[in-house]
Design a protein around this ligand. Structure first.
Ligand code: SF4
Ligand code: SF4
Length: 114
């Protein structure tokens, strides 16, 4: 572990490819199964919310390309944002992965309405 993984100011967990030694400790440690080993580059990588796009004000690729329009991205701390409104309007069916760990992740899911 080299300190290559960090949380940026927007709450996105990032792995700095230049710092990563490829030790894979984070693969074992991540309770979300989010990290994977890139054999070619010999480093660990993970979803970075398409940082290269969102820093330019664009949406992540999976949000733009989801045919079901099921994915949203934005600033949950801004009550006027679409994501904040969706969370508020669906309070009864919002959940996060591994809530038992109390890590307060920034990825939220909505359960299917019954
Ligand atoms: S593999 Fe994971 S734990 Fe090891 S240096 Fe890279 S980011 Fe850090
Ligand atoms: S397309 Fe979606 S899942 Fe893939 S890196 Fe971008 S935000 Fe993450």
């Amino acid at each position: 572990m080299t300190g290559a993984a960090f949380i940026n100011d927007d709450g996105i967990v990032i792995i700095d490819a230049d710092q990563c030694s490829g030790c894979k400790e984070c693969i074992e440690a991540c309770p979300y199964g989010a990290c994977y080993y890139n054999k070619e580059k010999q480093i660990v990588q993970k979803c970075d919310m398409c940082l290269h796009l969102v820093t330019d004000g664009d949406m992540p690729n999976c949000v733009t390309n989801c045919p079901g329009l099921a994915r949203f991205f934005g600033d949950i701390n801004n009550p006027e944002s679409t994501v904040a409104k969706i969370l508020k309007e669906n309070e009864d069916r919002v959940f996060t992965d591994r809530e038992d760990l109390n890590t307060k992740p920034n990825v939220y899911y909505l359960s299917v309405r019954k």
